[in-house]
Design a protein around this ligand. Structure first.
Ligand code: ADP
Length: 272
């Protein structure tokens, strides 16, 4: 079981744009962590660094099991767009990412997996024949089919209508509960983060750092309209109206966590 440790001292792009400064956190195996922050804070930059797509930075991103340092775990990345190959059908899109061991499994397994994500009978269809929601289902299945230990998600449901996005969040929670990869889920929607995550990391404006690390102790699966999700959303924004802009009063940073733990655990609407 691998722990992810992120300790980025500085990430500066070639144009001198400092995207990240002194951003550190750990993610435990199987933990679902949402990352929330204002547009341009550095969320995509952070995921790209963790995925190793970008390696230019000062600091470290390491994986440990006990005291032992490990190589990067098997990682899936789900982007804002489904990024399916248009000239391959659903089955071929999925087979493209399979390891030889998984590819050797009988095709009935693939049919079962398609049924699991509500795409029975769609194996021979091409991406252009699928709705946006169906394409996301394929992308979600493709992310899970390699049995990742780490799943990086960059606003994957952003452009979908509300009911479709909610169906996909329910599906994501079901898939995550089957194999429990560590998930880092970037979103600018606080409601979405509360409805999914074990823990939310709030990022500051650029250069980004973690301004609040908030555990969400609610049972899964959750829906956006669940009362505890709504209550926590309202309480957080009432207490810290600038939180989504990446700002929190320095003095309240220490007390915020304790206050909101009371909200979550006691079901109190207003932390006072
Ligand atoms: P977010 O995902 O939070 O919206 P990004 O990680 O995309 O933010 O970007 C963080 C900052 O880094 C922004 O100011 C953006 O303009 C800048 N940036 C992102 N990619 C590059 C790049 N390749 N070259 C220069 N600046 C970049």
């Amino acid at each position: 079981m691998t722990v992810l440790s992120v300790d980025i001292r500085k990430k500066i792009y070639a144009n001198d744009c400092c995207a990240i400064e002194n951003l550190a956190f750990k993610a435990q195996p199987g933990e679902f962590v949402a990352i929330v922050g204002p547009s341009g804070a550095g969320k995509t930059t952070l995921l790209n660094l963790i995925a190793g797509l970008d390696q230019e930075m000062q600091g470290s991103i390491t994986f440990h099991s006990g005291q032992e340092r490990r190589a990067s775990p098997r990682t899936s990345f789900m982007f804002q767009e489904p990024r399916l190959i248009p000239w391959l059908n659903v089955q071929q899109n999925l087979e493209l990412v399979l390891t030889p061991r998984l590819r050797a499994q009988p095709l009935v397994a693939l049919a079962d997996l398609l049924a699991l994500v509500g795409l029975s009978g769609c194996a021979a269809m091409f991406p252009g024949q699928l709705s946006g929601g169906m394409q996301r289902r394929v992308a979600l299945l493709r992310a899970f089919i390699i049995e990742p230990s780490l799943l990086l998600m960059d606003e994957p449901f952003q452009s979908l209508d509300a009911p479709t996005a909610e169906q996909l969040r329910v599906l994501l929670q079901a898939l995550w509960q089957r194999t429990h990869p560590t998930v880092l889920f970037v979103t600018h929607s606080l409601r979405e983060a509360i409805s999914l995550a074990d823990r939310i990391l709030f990022l500051s404006e650029r250069p980004s750092r973690v301004i609040l690390d908030l555990p969400i102790d609610l049972p899964h699966p959750r829906l956006i309209e669940d009362v505890p999700v709504q209550n926590l959303h309202e309480s957080l924004l009432r207490k810290h109206p600038q939180l989504l802009a990446g700002q929190i009063a320095p003095a309240s940073e220490r007390t915020a966590k304790a206050a909101f733990l009371r909200v979550i655990n006691g079901g109190v609407v207003d932390p006072g």
